[in-house]
Design a protein around this ligand. Structure first.
Ligand code: C5P
Length: 407
């Protein structure tokens, strides 16, 4: 694979030290990182640190041309697959918004034709100042991606919006910027994780789903340009940047939240592990044991099958993906569920197979399509499996061709 080249622009804010972490992460991810620092940035972190982390020369002065055979700011802009400015101070944002080319970083930006990410970091009042917001608006209008800062404790002592995003979040945004966007403008609804069926305020019936597969599909869809809403049961996962997450509890609650949105979405991915039954009675108070009762029988009632209940409610042309975990007679159950659930694609895993199912980082699935065709995917990380599933769905939606090129 051809190594991608990233220009990392660092301007002079206190968060400049975090740029070292970002440089290191990007190098680990296999990028060639070319660092460009403003003069002020060198007061906060030394060029030598970045040079050592990236194994590349660091550029500061646009006039200090070392190599007579090239003009550095033009060559770097031409070579870059993406540019990320982290941290971006109010000053550098203003200079970019006004088209200045008074140092190496701003000069590169005027030549560049690749995606540019600007990650502001500053005092909260500075960030909220109408002039800063106006300049950011100009950059957005021009297609720059603004990596909005986090809220939290700021170096100046204030608490508010202005913290530079963490390197892992910035790397995600970069990966987004570099991915093709066949799902641009599409809305996708993903459900993930287990449902909780309440017995009383402190007890519930649930299952082992960790939500990993659904979260991976949500991430993948976001990277492909979709607007993603994730309805999530209780899991220990962070959805990452860019995804709208709504917490859900029981099957009934999940069904309500799905119903509110289903007519609007272009793709629906139902990975949630919905409890088949719920306690008939949910007590408002803690159910107490008694000395004279040794055994207890709970009456459970059937939950609605959400997929079945959605038939006829989808937006015309919407693509629907269901999941099924099986332990035996996989092919027979899969073909029946494909019809019963009214999905375009059923992703089936035999949870007894090595590396498949709940709580593993990997998965091995078979795809069953409406037209009767099936495809066995190889054992792979859940993120890679998510990519392969979406790839197949996009081909069937006519959004990419068999080679994965945007149609
Ligand atoms: O019936 P089974 O649980 O195997 O079906 C799996 C598929 O059906 C999954 O996509 C799951 O999210 C969905 N499902 C549902 N409503 C239920 C149970 C499962 O939509 N009550």
């Amino acid at each position: 694979m051809v190594q991608k080249s990233i220009v990392l622009g660092i301007s002079g804010g206190i968060a400049a030290y975090k740029a070292a972490g970002l440089a290191s992460l990007l190098v680990k991810q296999g990028f060639q990182v070319q660092t460009v620092m403003t003069k002020a940035a060198t007061e906060f972190i030394t060029p030598l640190t970045l040079q050592a982390l990236t194994k590349q020369p660091v550029y500061v002065d646009v006039l200090a041309e070392q190599d007579p055979t090239r003009i550095s700011h033009v060559a770097m802009a031409d070579q870059a697959d993406a540019i990320i400015i982290a941290p971006a101070t109010a000053d550098v944002i203003a200079r970019i918004a006004h088209g200045l080319a008074d140092d190496m970083l701003t000069s590169i930006l005027l030549v560049a034709r690749c995606p540019v990410i600007v990650a502001p970091s500053m005092n909260v009042h500075m960030y909220e100042h109408p002039l800063v917001q106006k300049n950011l608006h100009v950059l957005r209008e021009l297609g720059y991606i603004i990596a909005e800062p986090d809220e939290g404790m700021l170096a100046c002592g204030y608490v508010g919006k202005g913290r530079l995003l963490e390197p892992s979040d910035l790397a995600e945004i970069l990966s987004f910027a570099l991915s093709p966007k066949p799902l641009q403008g599409k809305k996708i609804l993903v459900t993930a994780g287990p449902t909780k069926e309440r017995i009383d305020p402190v007890r519930y019936v649930t299952n082992d789903s960790t939500g990993t597969m659904g979260y991976a599909l949500a991430r993948c869809a976001w990277k492909l340009g979709a607007h993603v809403t994730l309805l999530s049961g209780a899991v220990n996962l962070l959805p990452g940047i860019g995804i709208d997450v709504i917490s859900v509890s029981s099957a009934i609650h999940l069904q309500e939240e799905v119903e509110k949105r289903i007519a609007e979405v272009d793709m629906f991915i139902m990975t949630a592990a919905v409890a088949d039954y719920r306690p008939q009675t949910t007590y408002d108070y803690k159910w107490k044991k008694t000395d004279d009762v040794d055994t207890v029988t709970w009456t459970m009632v059937r939950n609605p099958d959400i997929l079945v209940s959605l038939k006829g409610k989808y937006k015309p042309g919407a693509y629907v993906i269901g999941f099924a975990a099986e332990t035996h007679d996989v092919d027979r159950y899969a073909r029946k569920k494909l019809v019963d659930k009214g999905v375009d694609l059923l992703v089936v895993n035999n949870v007894l197979e090595y590396g498949a199912g709940f709580g593993t980082g990997t998965n091995r699935v078979d795809l069953y399509f409406q037209d009767g065709r099936t495809t066995a995917l190889p054992l792979a990380s859940k993120m890679d499996v998510a990519t392969m599933i979406l790839q197949q769905a996009l081909v069937r939606m006519g959004l990419v061709d068999d080679e994965g090129m945007q149609a």
